[in-house]
Design a protein. Structure first.
Length: 403
């Protein structure tokens, strides 16, 4: 008789494969391996991944597909918020962890488990994201984080542990980047990337597309329709969130778009360097921002820009299921009422070039903006400038000097 049940966030990768055996050996628990599918299994042999957990020793292994929920309830609100961590990172690992945790907690409750385990190291953000969400939904569940307990000190040690126990792996020592994949993103960290002085060897790294140099010499056009801030069609063809992102990933990837090489400030203190492939996400963020430039009034747009950075921080820090994030999302939703329209883009060698924006709710008044004749009375601005400049004029008259 084992000492209880542990639901493990299983990905089929190195860490979580090793975790199965380690938890059995060290905690004497029945391990239920659960692969919460947010898109990481694309191009993978999922049956093999699921079966592998049983071979390693899990009592049960299952896959829960939550891709649609991920696209609609997590990714779409982030696009609507234009949320980019440190103005660059489209947050994709950060968005998936709360949903994965929520699904795991539900399973743990169904199975009567008293433990949840994850394969995150003690150095990263993902552990925080998992555990904050677990606390929120199941405050009494105990968390096992083997990386914080075991003697395995590096990915090389983990490979050695796996090899000693004949645990099958999909990576080799040569491609030992720490990766995280979901429907619109693939991250690469570790190895040569750990030194920011090193230029990434893109030919070796990229999986979702090609580098700009390898992209076609001919530009490709794409048109995206948004309805109240949500992307709903590509080139006039209605699509649900996950399919739409998949198509944009293909188009963007082929044109060298969405390769982000950045040094970021982790929640747990250190700076880290990652190369992120987000072709579809980069196109969607750009298209959405372009449409907002036409449809949002100035004050809403400026306030939204300020809050976007805060929203991104909350998501990055794993604070998805919190009152403040929910309140910010309510603000964002309210701003999206008129973000409906069409954005045409030209994709060319890593660039996304605007090729026309239209909206039935456009606030752009061509007559008003034009250099040509209109009802605008140029004389109005003289009084405006007098009042707008009054404080500076008064200060100058009173002797205030500026360098
Ligand atoms: N640095 C990014 C983040 O914190 C990516 C993390 C990817 N996770 C991983 N387990 N490889 O969101």
């Amino acid at each position: 008789m084992s000492k209880g049940i542990c639901v493990l966030a299983y990905s089929g990768g190195l860490d979580t494969s090793v975790c199965i055996r380690w938890i059995i050996e060290n905690y004497d628990l029945d391990v239920v391996a659960c692969l919460v599918e947010v898109g990481q299994e694309q191009d993978q042999d999922t049956d093999f991944t699921v079966a592998k957990a049983l071979k390693i020793g899990a009592v049960e292994s299952l896959m829960l597909n939550v891709q649609d929920e991920f696209a609609d309830q997590y990714v779409a609100p982030a696009i609507a918020a234009n949320a980019l961590y440190e103005n660059k990172y489209p947050l994709v690992s950060a968005l998936s962890r709360p949903l994965i945790s929520k699904a795991l907690v539900k399973l743990a409750q169904e199975r009567g488990a008293s433990y949840i385990a994850h394969g995150c190291t003690g150095k990263g953000n993902d552990q925080v994201r998992f555990e904050l969400a677990i606390k929120t939904f199941a405050p009494k569940l105990k968390v096992i984080a083997p990386w914080r307990e075991w003697d395995i000190k590096s990915r090389e040690d983990a490979i050695a542990y796996a090899e000693a126990r004949a645990i099958p792996l999909r990576i080799t020592r040569e491609t030992n980047y720490s990766k995280d994949k979901n429907i619109w993103h693939l991250s690469h960290e570790g190895m040569d990337l750990e030194d920011p002085a090193n230029e990434p060897v893109y030919d070796k790294i990229l999986e979702l597309g090609v580098s700009p140099e390898k992209a076609p010499d001919k530009a490709q056009y794409v048109t995206i329709d948004f309805k109240q801030g949500i992307p709903v069609a590509i080139d006039g063809k209605p699509m649900d969130g996950a399919a739409l992102i998949e198509l944009l990933n293909k188009l963007g990837g082929a044109n060298g778009i969405g390769i982000i090489d950045m040094v970021e400030n982790r929640l747990v203190g250190m700076k880290s360097r990652g190369v992120y492939e987000t072709p579809g996400g980069t196109i969607l963020y750009k298209a959405h921002a372009l449409l907002e430039s036409l449809t949002l009034d100035k004050d809403t747009s400026h306030l939204k820009d300020q809050l976007a950075i805060r929203f991104a921080e909350l998501v990055y820090n794993g604070q998805w299921f919190t009152p403040v994030r929910q309140a910010l999302s309510a603000f964002v939703s309210e701003t999206q009422k008129y973000v409906t329209g069409q954005v045409k883009l030209k994709l060319y060698k890593g660039n996304i070039i605007p090729a026309g924006i239209t909206s039935p709710y456009s606030l752009y008044d061509a007559e008003l903006a034009s250099f040509g004749e209109s009802d605008y009375d140029h004389n109005d601005s003289a009084g405006f400038i007098t009042l707008f400049g009054l404080p500076y004029q008064v200060a100058a008259l009173l002797g205030r000097e500026y360098k």
